[in-house]
Design a protein around this ligand. Structure first.
Ligand code: ZN
Ligand code: FE
Length: 239
């Protein structure tokens, strides 16, 4: 399985997963159609599914065009029925969904939005975390409580440490400044920041990260309890 990173809009990441044998593909969070269309047509792949982590426009903006052009089916959380148009398959928490080479588990992670899900491709040890877990950060809490977000991140912490994390936005540099400020003596973090800067200097994305790196370096995953997490989230909102 190949994961192609597609830059969308200002700083969004969309991802095309391609089965290299059949050239069948899924797209995760197409924020806009154009860059996805371009890649699909150039590489002659068959877009079968559109996977949405949550209903925000910067994650679903390309849905309609991709659906009508390729007949791709939309997969999203069942409770987002009213706010993601034209869903074909309603997903539930912990559901395992499989079609041919594509097999993933749904992890419901309320907090950023109430219907946010992550797609865990457990065979490949790849997860798409949308706006819940970023590299060195986590999503703003718009529709849930601190407790919701804290519990959602705790679910992700249980995955195998070598899991590759594909997140929804290139916020990593700004996140790293925050982590560095409030976690001064973390030597793993310093190594991670040096690597991030190297990538960005070369014009490369900072995606993917790994769960191990995030467990070591992401201050929101390192928070020991709800109180500490909530305080950090407040600080970050005003950072
Ligand atoms: Zn969002
Ligand atoms: Fe977003």
């Amino acid at each position: 399985m190949k994961v192609k990173i597609i830059n969308c809009l200002e700083d969004n990441f969309s991802y095309i997963l391609i089965d290299e044998k059949s050239l069948d593909a899924c797209v995760v969070d197409p924020g806009e159609a154009q860059p996805i269309l371009k890649y699909i047509e150039k590489n002659k792949i068959n877009l079968k599914y559109i996977l949405n982590t949550h209903h925000h426009h910067d994650h679903i903006g390309g849905n309609n065009i991709l659906k009508s052009k390729f007949g791709a089916k939309i997969l999203a959380f069942k409770d987002d029925k009213e706010r993601i148009p034209k869903i074909d398959f309603f997903l539930d928490d912990k559901q395992i969904w499989k079609d041919g080479p594509f097999e993933f588990k749904v992890i419901h992670v309320p907090g950023h939005t109430s219907g946010h899900i992550c797609f865990s491709f457990f065979n490949e040890k790849i997860i798409f975390t949308g706006d819940t877990l970023f590299s060195l950060g986590c999503g703003r809490i718009f529709e849930g409580s601190y407790n919701d977000m804290f519990n959602s991140l705790s679910k992700l912490k249980k995955l195998s440490p070598e899991t590759k994390i594909y997140f929804g936005h290139e916020y990593t540099l700004n996140n790293s400044i925050f982590c560095d400020k409030f976690d001064k003596n973390n030597s793993e973090l310093k190594i991670k920041i040096a690597n991030i800067k190297k990538k960005l200097d070369k014009g490369m994305p900072t995606v993917p990260s790994t769960l191990k790196e995030e467990l070591d370096c992401n201050i929101f995953l390192r928070a020991k309890n709800l109180k500490e997490f909530s305080k950090l989230r407040d600080l970050k909102d005003n950072f």
